[in-house]
Ligand binder design. Structure first.
Ligand SMILES: [Zn+2]
Length: 326
């Protein structure tokens, strides 16, 4: 501390001392000021240098941090990718599971359908087997109804025709029942029909029989002779039908028979139609059972409109009335 009563200052020289004191104070003040400036400058410089060092020191740190962040970012991205991938895979697995379930369900349904189909097929096979058995049994039965070659007599054929007509009638009755829908007997029916179609069971003309088969006195020549057919009286122009399906072997005119037709039926039977007014078929033609082949007339040795009708079995005349079954 600087005191005014300092022993350095002389009281005798008080005026000069005051000026010296003032100068001293001024110097002190300047010194202190200088010191402050120096300290301040130094401090400022130190701060500057220090901050520069800090900046310089921070630069690599910043780069390091940035690198670390970049790495971290990359890691996070890859993590996200991984998570996303896992999610996608899970989704994929889920979809796959759904698809598998669906496929399994479809397979089950298909199996069920196949089983039903197989059951149906089995049923159908059983039905067919049953049908075959019934049919073969019927056919065996049918064969029993046919006459053998060795027994191809008129009696045999009459019996066969009678049996076939009976079978056909029963078959028609059966075909009207519900069971007929499950059973295809067309083959059987066809067999019966084919056989029957060639047997002369059809009446060629409806009318009174004026003269029967057998011995009689001839209506014109008045002598006793064998009448090999039947005379059916009908008005002129009445349709004459084929007694069975067959093949026309003769169609022409004869002085005694008049306009006449002969039909071969391919089974030993031949039918003859005489005294016709007109002929509707020609020799060599095939005819169906029931087809109109001529009209009733009185041509040849005849006393009036009638049909003289004959059936021959292997060339021998048989009584037509035995075969007419309609
Ligand atoms: Zn006659």
């Amino acid at each position: 501390m600087v005191r005014s009563d300092s022993p350095v200052l002389q009281p005798a020289n008080r005026k000069g001392s005051k000026a010296q004191l003032f100068m001293l104070k001024m110097r002190l003040t300047a010194l202190i000021f200088m010191i402050f400036i120096v300290i301040g400058t130094a401090t400022a410089a130190g701060y500057y240098i220090g901050s520069q060092e800090t900046v310089q020191a921070a630069k690599p740190l910043q780069a390091q941090t940035q690198n670390a962040l970049t790495v971290r970012l990359a890691e996070q991205k890859s993590f996200c990718d991984a998570v996303e991938k896992i999610n996608l895979e899970q989704q994929l697995v889920h979809e796959q599971e759904i698809a598998n379930t669906l496929a399994l369900s479809i397979e089950k349904q298909q199996n069920a359908i196949e089983q039903q189909q197989s059951a149906l097929e089995q049923q159908q096979a059983e039905m067919e087997e049953l049908e075959t058995r019934i049919l073969s049994s019927l056919m065996a039965n049918f064969d029993d109804h046919l006459i053998s070659r060795s027994n191809s007599s008129a009696d045999g054929f009459v019996e066969e025709a009678s049996n076939l007509i009976d079978l056909s009638r029963r078959l028609n009755q059966f075909s009207q029942t519900e069971d007929a829908n499950d059973l295809d007997l067309s083959e059987y029916k066809q067999a019966i029909d084919n056989r029957l179609l060639r047997l002369p069971t059809l009446r060629p003309v409806y009318g009174r029989i004026s003269s029967g088969f057998g011995y009689r006195t001839h209506p014109i020549y008045r002598y006793r002779h064998f009448h090999s057919g039947i005379d059916v009286v009908a008005s002129a122009g009445t349709s004459i039908r084929a007694a069975a399906s067959g093949y026309v072997t003769e169609a022409g005119y004869h002085s005694a028979m008049g306009n006449y037709i002969k039909i071969s039926h391919g089974n030993g039977f031949t039918t003859v139609y005489m005294h016709c007014q007109r002929l509707h078929v020609k020799s060599g033609q095939t005819v169906e059972k029931g087809q109109t082949i001529a009209t009733v007339g009185s041509t040849g040795a005849s006393t009036g409109p009638h049909l003289h009708y004959e059936i021959h079995l292997y060339g021998t005349p048989v009584n037509p009335t035995r075969f007419i079954m309609d």
